[in-house]
Design a protein around this ligand. Sequence first.
Ligand SMILES: [Zn+2]
Ligand SMILES: [Zn+2]
Length: 326
Amino acid sequence: MRAMVLRRAGERLAIEDWSDPVPGPGQIRIRVEACGVCRTDLHVVDGDLTDPKLPVVPGHEIVGRIEAAGQGVAVAPGARVGVPWLGHTCGHCPYCRSGQENLCDAPLFTGYTRDGGFATHAVADAVYAFPLPDDLDPVAAAPLLCAGLIGWRSLKAAGEGETIGLYGFGAAAHIIAQVCRWQGRRVFAFTRRGDAAGQAFARSMGADWAGGSDETPPAPLDAAILFAPVGALVPAALAAVRKGGRVVCGGIHMSDIPAFPYRLLWEERSVVSVANLTRADGEEFLALAPRVPVRTTTTIYPLDRANEALDDLRAGRLEGAAVLAP
Ligand SMILES: [Zn+2]
Ligand SMILES: [Zn+2]
């Protein structure tokens, strides 16, 4: 197989030829049709997330077809599946036993602690892969597998409020804005200050209002979801939510949160984080997405241009999501 490989954090990915991975018991080998590029891939490549498997193939928004199966897996070769960030859980720690497998004590994460989908082939645990229909477009579907799933978990954590603020209007927000509108909620989108193109994109995805993250929205928010990895947005979002409102941090890594006056948290406002996903989140969201229907905006890169995709994501040059197509 061909893969874009990270040998050391902070380095560029390099294209390498590896022998095709052999699926172990309970595993499947997938021929990758498309793999989304997520901000978490940037955090792995840049070394913000410590202790990756090295060398590692990043990528955890994999759409592909089953090519081979290991012992004990009964699946049809050729069936299409999606492989998310949560690659494996132990099944017996207190979190796994209480329906919180996203917090498992001994998990494996695709494209971080096991090889992912920036490659022509990938291996996954069959029971953590989601069946996907034959008639979907693999490039359009890839961003659903993290931006969509984590966005959905974040939206559930935000609660039932009518007015939702989305800070950082990238892959996750452009999906979740569509879900919010379908649910009858109002979306206020916050982008980098002066990002007129990003704000226009947010309005085209259904945002009622779009402005800079330093601006005051036209009405107080019931909840805010932070997809941008910027700690300074936590006090900004707290200032924008109503009494009892919630601020949900949807990213896996964020710069430090600056000190802020207690009055921003007072009146039962809360700050929570969302970690990883459960398979139930995935099943829910993948059933819901075609009903909305969610339409993703994507930019396609060939596999060997993964570094350019990461650069464009880092620089905020993307509208929607970057997707590698090997
Ligand atoms: Zn566990
Ligand atoms: Zn991700």
